[in-house]
Design a protein around this ligand. Structure first.
Ligand code: B12
Ligand code: SF4
Length: 448
């Protein structure tokens, strides 16, 4: 018996294929591979940089689906189903909008696969699949499961190992798909297993793809203590309230942390209130000044994440956000347009207010393009929002800005290693800004 796992691309650029420059190993497929009994043959194809051999015989195709890749996932599924191969879909988008996904495959798995993968395999061996596998929340993620990384070999991924210590987040920002997926819960893995997983692979640079690695500060301390002897370097995503716990910060730095993606989201308190990001409230009140000073003093290289297009945003306030990030010389900054993901409170609110564009399903609409606004903002047109967010990204990643931001002895120039990281990754992201902007979803027109 053979299973084929697939990571779909987002889409294509006009007149050419799009190859993701910053492509990383698809961790979820490594977890699914590890859950699969060894007597089953398993292959993985990553649509972001290789052709999918649709004619290669297989008994089941498993596709991981995010909202951005849904259109392409449906195309891939159609190709296999034309050839009589059964397709199973799982991942974030499947949990957010199962009724849509069902239309495009033979079976769906809702939630974390650890709970129902074995049952699905047994069904497959008997020659059938249920239409739906609904997984219970996995209280200890990857319990006894060490990601299989042999499936990533030879595929030219960035030399950084992805893994997780925890899943989910307790906060409930109104636009956040993860908050809906995990129903505002945060689950930690067994520290011993995380350490074993790190020792089992060769790299010294790690990316913990947790939604919030400090979601449980005491458990995070346990992890950081155990990381110290391994002498690894790592990055992750964290909420800004980590700064309240000095012991946590000390252990974090000792364990080799280089920096985090931190959701600053907005420099306007009115927006922070609207998006229900209570964790940022006390920090935004003094323009994040104290927090940024502390982050620099700890020596963290910060990837500041902003969302633009909130109801209190204007073109001027968004440009001020750009200036704010530049002045603070963040190592990286993202200016993501606020995206209404299906199933989120933001999506439901905009739908009620009649503000959703693209027939309320931007991710499937043939005219929607990557990084376009998909709703009517309050204080500007959708096109203006698209343009101003691109303007921020373009300017923040310009050569002049990269050079200006490099000169920070506490962060980007703290050590030759830090400086090298800065110099390698900034040009990669600069290139991605232009390559991805306005990209079409999917490789061809798909029917809704
Ligand atoms: C790591 C990560 C990235 C990495 C990608 C790494 C890589 N491999 O290429 C980077 C930083 C590059 C990235 C980029 C982007 N990301 Co991202 N990313 C994540 C993050 C933090 C973790 C994903 C992960 O690896 N999880 C670990 C695995 C083990 O968990 P999992 O995927 O949930 O899989 C489990 C289940 O879902 C299920 N499952 C998953 N797939 C399948 C398939 C089958 C067949 C079955 C049965 C089950 C199943 O079982 C798995 C095991 O339990 C998530 C947040 C999140 N919590 O998901 C955001 C997230 C997926 N990203 C998101 C976004 C928006 C983006 C960007 C579009 C951002 C941007 N504007 O540029 C880009 C582009 C993404 C793309 N497709 O190209 C959103 C997607 C929202 C949505 N509704 O789809 C998320 C959810 C963040 C959020 N809070 O909103 N991202
Ligand atoms: S803090 Fe981050 S992960 Fe948590 S709910 Fe808000 S946006 Fe989502």
């Amino acid at each position: 018996m053979k299973i084929t796992l697939i990571k779909p691309n987002i889409g294509r650029r006009e007149h050419s294929m799009y190859v993701d420059e910053s492509r990383m190993e698809p961790l979820q497929l490594g977890v699914l591979a590890a859950l699969t009994p060894r007597d089953i043959e398993l292959v993985m194809y990553d649509d972001r940089m290789e052709q999918i051999p649709f004619d290669e015989p297989t008994d089941l195709v498993g596709i991981t689906v995010e909202t951005f890749t849904a259109r392409r996932a449906y195309e891939i599924s159609e190709e296999y189903r034309k050839r009589g191969v059964k397709v199973l879909m799982g991942g974030m988008h499947v949990k957010l909008i199962p009724e849509e996904v069902k239309e495009h495959c033979d079976s769906i798995m809702i939630g974390d696969a650890e709970d129902k993968w074995a049952e699905m395999i047994e069904d497959l061996r008997k020659g059938y699949l249920k239409e739906e596998y609904v997984c219970n929340p996995v209280l200890v993620p990857q319990d006894g499961i060490i990601t299989r990384r042999d499936i990533f070999e030879g595929k030219a991924y960035l030399p950084i190992t992805l893994l997780q210590f925890s899943r989910g987040c307790r906060f409930s920002c109104h636009y956040c798909a993860s908050s809906v997926y995990f129903n505002k819960h945060h689950y930690c893995r067994n520290v011993d297993e995380v350490i074993k997983e790190i020792k089992d692979q060769k790299r010294k640079i790690l990316f913990f793809v947790d939604d919030n690695i400090v979601g449980d500060k005491e458990k995070a301390k346990e992890l950081f203590r155990a990381l110290i002897p391994l002498k690894v370097k790592w990055v992750s995503q964290a909420s800004i309230d980590m700064l309240e716990d000095k012991e946590l910060m000390e252990l974090m730095m000792k364990s080799g942390c280089l920096g985090h993606v931190i959701g600053f989201e907005s420099i306007k308190i009115e927006n922070i209130t609207l998006m229900k990001k209570g964790v940022n409230k006390t920090y935004v009140e003094n323009d994040y000044r104290e927090a940024i000073k502390e982050l620099r003093n700890w020596g963290l290289q910060t990837w500041a994440a902003f969302t633009v297009g909130h109801d209190n945003d204007t073109l001027t306030s968004i440009k001020e956000t750009y200036k704010f990030a530049l002045e603070n010389k963040f190592t990286f900054a993202a200016y993501n347009i606020l995206m209404p993901y299906p199933g989120t409170p933001l999506y439901n609110q905009l739908k009620e207010e009649g503000r959703l564009l693209y027939d309320e399903k931007w991710w499937l609409h043939p005219e929607y393009r990557f990084n376009y606004a998909s709703f009517l903002p309050k204080n500007m047109t959708a096109d203006e929002l698209t343009e101003v967010s691109f303007w921020c990204r373009k300017n923040y990643n310009s050569m002049k800005s990269i050079i200006y931001r490099a000169f920070d002895l506490k962060t980007n120039m703290r050590s030759p290693y830090r400086f090298a990281t800065y110099c390698v990754y900034n040009p990669v992201f600069k290139k991605e800004v232009f390559r991805k902007q306005g990209m079409e979803f999917g490789f061809k027109d798909v029917k809704k």
